[in-house]
Design a protein around this ligand. Sequence first.
Ligand code: ATP
Length: 319
Amino acid sequence: MSWSSPGGPGHSRGDGAVAAHAPAKVNVSLAVGPLRDDGFHTLHTVYLAVSLLDTVTVRPADRLSVTVTGEGADGPDPVPTDRRNLVWQAAELLAEHAGVAAGAAIEVHKTIPAAAGLAGGSADAAAALVALDALWGIHATRGDLTGLAARLGSDVPFGLAGGVALGTGHGEQLTPVLARRQWHWVLGIAEGGLSTPAVYAELDRLRAAGRLPDGTAAPESGPVLAALRSGPTAALAAALTNDLQAPAISLRPALRRALRAATGAGAAAALVSGSGPTVAALADDEDAALRLAAVLAGEGVFRTVRVVHGPVPGARLVG
Ligand code: ATP
């Protein structure tokens, strides 16, 4: 199957630019297995793609360059614009795979905050694969792109797939999940990010000290999958879990107050998204989400709040 856009080459702009966008994710369940001898953890997670999108625009050029605008472009720890940026690595990997020269001017417009537990860098990498595939006329199969995505990072295949999916292995082995409806969320975005490796290290430390239960190698995703199938917000609210929440709170104690603020303001439930520090607050419907966002914005607990819904599709070309 070819990974082509519905509009085909019509997506290319006048100056030869091609753009793709990709969504942030919330982990509605995230179980982290015990630390293995190879230093990794086995994950068992259910991803939900939400309507907070980054846009990656690529233009013909002789060599690679990356510019970043929007969330995280400035400040003390800006998103890198060199080879450390995942879109750069995506470009090199795709070019090598297809045997083409890695030349492109890549512009990343971020609305997904960096180091927020929303997999923004992974979304950008997925969008870059789709946009560069079109720019370079590669027509890679979806399977090929997914294989490249998994080499770039555990969350990148889900950035391509979108929707709702069960992720196992390191999170990169995906099984699509049936979801009957849209859910409405308020994302409470904190000042400053949290390093994902630091949160895992804190989880290991707390487990080794007996302050958190050990992870199980084969955890139970049944309740959250049933809730996603059956629909009522209360069922999903009751099934939300995240093993990284306690270590994220341990590193950033203000998160406890932020979670309480969300439930106190009427959220059906609230949890830390991935490794944090973003708080994902589940609302009963869109109106409730808008009301919740207004209350939370007024309380000033978060740097900013965003009203989103999901599931939404994964990386795709935009016209
Ligand atoms: P993870 O995907 O590890 O769970 P996250 O979702 O919390 O992390 P990201 O926004 O993906 O966080 O960024 C993590 C780090 O990756 C950043 O601090 C930054 O240094 C680096 N990075 C590389 N490429 C990008 C990118 N395109 N956007 C944001 N960060 C990037």
